[in-house]
Each structure stands twice: as structure tokens, then as C-alpha cells.
Design a protein around this ligand. Structure first.
Ligand code: KG4
Ligand code: ZN
Length: 393
């Protein structure tokens, strides 16, 4: 099955063509081609991701990315792989398409030009993220997917973004014994999921307030660094460790460390740091390093404890870690140790597949297609808080 996937849930506009085979028992994937535009520099000017700006950028970049994805300048191999079919654009009901893209008039105009001058790619299904995420941003991908589904007569399926993060590990030859526990940590999510088999999930824990990446970014701002400051905090903490800097007066809480659930809370920790920073007044570089380290140690300690308990409580055989925060070397090393100590297999995607991308949406779409039947331009809604469990038994 060849899948065209579309991801616009946050600040990356991403497209991919992926081949899937093997069904739910033995899913295997090959990336034919992928294209991604990150809005991070646009949002950095504002200090965070604004939904209306994200939506505008998605609408602006969609057709250029589609053109890049299906480019005629692609290598010979890729051209054969994607293989366009002859397509008669004169038979299209442009009225219906214009209505579908009524809120994205510029996208409609660009798409019309594209469709009238290009063939139809030989794909079997379109997969699109329908949630969770920023609803204005999600709508752009959904409307574009429905338009392409209608135009090319290719069936489509909506995909849960979190199933995408779980499926992100499937590009490697993932040998697994179920059940697995998935820890998904990024600027937008902090969730723990019980994976019974591919396609069957249960959310067992999540943050009650901020996501981990969001907490890193907020602490970075308190210390005077621009968005997104997560990597800066990680670098300061690493230096504090290598220089063995300690300051007994800097210690922060480990929120929900001992509660019997698998939930997280980051806002109390963040507030404790804010009060500390305010009481200190002028910050030296050394203080910034010690604060960054103590914050990172607190977050890591809670993650390690909760993940260990989840693995044990659910007799899990493997640990999946996904989301942009896996770029953090300290957290990554700690979770690697957890997996080794509890004797479970560890599955971590490459950074390109850990941050938001369309390859993971294609893989999740393939898993979904083993359980649901795709159809032409179904009425899909953007669901900002879409639960992972909604489409499972
Ligand atoms: O998955 P991602 O690219 O975007 C979404 O949130 O969807 O994750 C980005 C988040 C940001 O909050 C960023 O500050 C954080 O991941 N991050 C890090 C590191 N690299 C990125 N946080 C801690 N340490 C890092 N090395
Ligand atoms: Zn994500």
C-alpha cells in the first residue's frame, strides 16, 4: 500500500509518500520521498506558536511542498517510484473544490494551478492528521487532503497524531513483544500510552498542565533565552555536570514523584524556579547552569520513576520514546538505563522522525487502514483534543 500523508497539527508542514506492507502482525515501511517545512523561525519572533500564524503558513507552504514531493526533478528512481498517472483536470468540479477550500482561497488558487499542470501520483490512500493539535492548523491539512481525495479519486483516512508518534519507531526493523509502554514527550505533549498491539492503545497517564518541552522553553525564558530554549537549558545543565557545579541553596521539587498514577505536573516546578529566579535578582552564568541542571534532574527523576513503574505494572516488554524532547541527551541516557535495568527493549526514532513529520502519519495511517476502510473525502473534523482511544475498541 502506497500512502500520501499530510501533517499540519502544529508548526511543521509535512508531506510524505511511504510504502507499507505486512499488516498489523508485521508492519514494514519504506519512505519513497518526504518534504517538510518548519515554521520555527516565524514563531521564534513571537516567542511561541500562534495558531493563526501557523494556519497561514501551512496554507502558504502546502502546494510548494506538494510540488517538491512529487517533483519532476526527482531522480529517475524516485520518478519511477512515485509514477504519475494521466489525469484529466478538465473534468474536475472546481466549484466543489473551491467550496471545500473556502477558508484557504490562496491554497485553492495554487492547488488549481498545480492540478491543471501535473499528473496524478499513483498512491492508494491519503492519510491526514485530524488531531490532537491546533485546530486552525489541522483544518488546513484536512481540507487539502479532502480536496486531493476528491480531485484524484483516492480514498483517505484521518490519523491521530499521537498514534503517529508511536508508529514513528516502525521505520526501523522493530522486533517487539507486546505489550509496550510509549512515552511521548515534546513541546506539545507529555503522555504515557499502553500499546497492547499495533493499532490498540490506552492512554494511562499525561501531564496535568505543561508539556515537558514547554516547561524547558518556559524555564529558558526565565533565564533570559529566546524560544525555543529547550536545547539551551540542556547545554547549560550538561556544562554544570561536567564542571561539577553545585549550590545547596538551589533545589526544586519533584512533582508527583510518589503518586500511584502515571500522570505528570510541571507547573509547580516551573513556579518554584520562577520564585527562585526572582529572589536571586541578578543571575550569573554559574547560577543559570546550576538552575538548569537542577530543573533537568528534577524532570528526569520523575520520568525515570514513572516509566519504571509503568513498565513493571503493565508487564511491558518494550519502551517506545517519541517526541522532540528525545533530543535531550540526559533524558535519553536515563531512559536507556531504565530499559536496561527493567530488561525491556528500547525503541527510539531518529530525531527527524521524533519531531513532527508526515512519515509517522503515513505509518499510523497504514495501521489504521488495517482496521478501518478509507473513503473519498469523508467529512473529517479537526479535533484539538482528539483522544488516542477514540477509534479503538
Ligand atoms: O516535537 P517537537 O519538535 O515539537 C512539538 O512540540 O510538537 O518538540 C520541540 C520541543 C521544544 O519545546 C524544545 O524546546 C524541546 O522539544 N527540545 C528540547 C531539546 N531539544 C528540543 N528539550 C530539552 N532538551 C533538548 N535537547
Ligand atoms: Zn507531535
Amino acid at each position: 500500500m502506497r500512502i500520501l500523508a499530510i501533517e499540519t497539527s502544529c508548526d511543521e508542514t509535512a508531506l510524505a509518500i511511504v510504502d507499507g506492507t505486512g499488516g498489523l502482525d508485521n508492519p514494514r515501511f519504506t519512505v519513497v520521498r518526504s518534504a517538510l517545512y518548519s515554521q520555527i523561525e516565524t514563531h521564534a519572533q513571537y516567542g511561541g506558536v500562534f495558531p493563526a500564524i501557523a494556519k497561514r503558513e501551512h496554507a502558504l507552504k502546502f502546494v510548494p511542498l506538494l510540488t517538491e514531493l512529487l517533483a519532476e526533478t526527482a531522480s529517475k528512481d524516485e520518478q519511477t517510484a512515485i509514477a504519475s498517472e494521466a489525469f484529466n483536470a478538465s473534468q474536475v468540479d472546481w466549484h466543489a473544490i473551491e467550496e471545500l477550500l473556502a477558508r484557504e482561497p490562496d491554497l485553492f488558487a495554487a492547488l488549481k494551478t498545480y492540478i491543471e499542470t501535473h499528473g496524478k501520483p499513483a498512491v492508494d490512500m491519503i492519510a491526514v492528521t485530524s488531531g490532537p493539535g491546533l485546530e486552525p492548523a489541522l483544518w488546513v491539512g484536512i481540507n487539502a487532503a479532502r480536496a486531493l481525495s476528491l480531485l484524484w479519486n483516492i480514498p483517505m483516512l484521518p490519523v491521530n497524531h499521537m498514534e503517529g508518534h508511536i508508529a514513528s519507531v516502525l521505520l526501523e526493523n522493530t522486533k517487539t513483544t507486546f505489550p509496550l509502554i510509549a512515552l511521548l514527550i515534546s513541546g506539545g505533549h507529555t503522555e504515557m500510552v499502553h500499546v497492547e498491539t499495533w493499532g490498540t492503545y490506552k492512554l494511562i497517564g499525561q501531564t496535568k498542565d505543561d508539556a515537558i518541552g514547554e516547561a524547558y522553553d518556559k524555564v529558558a525564558r526565565m533565564l533570559g533565552f529566546p524560544y525555543p530554549g529547550g536545547p539551551k537549558i540542556a547545554a547549560l545543565a550538561a556544562r554544570a555536570r561536567s564542571e561539577n557545579l553545585v549550590d545547596e541553596s538551589i533545589s526544586f521539587p519533584r512533582p508527583m514523584l510518589t503518586t500511584a498514577d502515571f500522570d505528570f505536573s510541571l507547573s509547580g516546578l516551573k513556579t518554584a524556579i520562577l520564585y527562585k529566579v526572582q529572589s536571586l535578582g541578578e543571575l550569573t552564568d554559574e547560577l543559570r547552569m546550576v538552575i538548569a541542571r537542577e530543573f533537568e534532574d528534577a524532570v528526569t527523576e520523575v520520568l525515570v520513576k514513572k516509566v519504571t513503574r509503568a513498565l513493571e505494572a503493565h508487564n511491558a516488554h518494550g519502551l517506545i520514546v517519541g517526541g522532540g524532547v528525545i533530543a535531550n541527551a540526559h533524558i535519553r541516557a536515563a531512559l536507556t538505563t531504565v530499559a536496561a535495568d527493567t530488561g525491556v527493549s528500547l525503541h527510539i526514532p531518529t530525531t527527524a522522525l521524533a519531531t513532527d513529520n508526515a512519515v509517522m502519519i503515513a505509518m499510523a495511517g497504514y495501521l489504521r487502514a488495517q482496521q478501518e476502510t478509507p473513503s473519498i473525502a469523508p467529512k473529517v473534523r479537526a479535533q484539538g483534543n482528539l483522544a488516542l482511544t477514540s477509534s479503538q475498541a
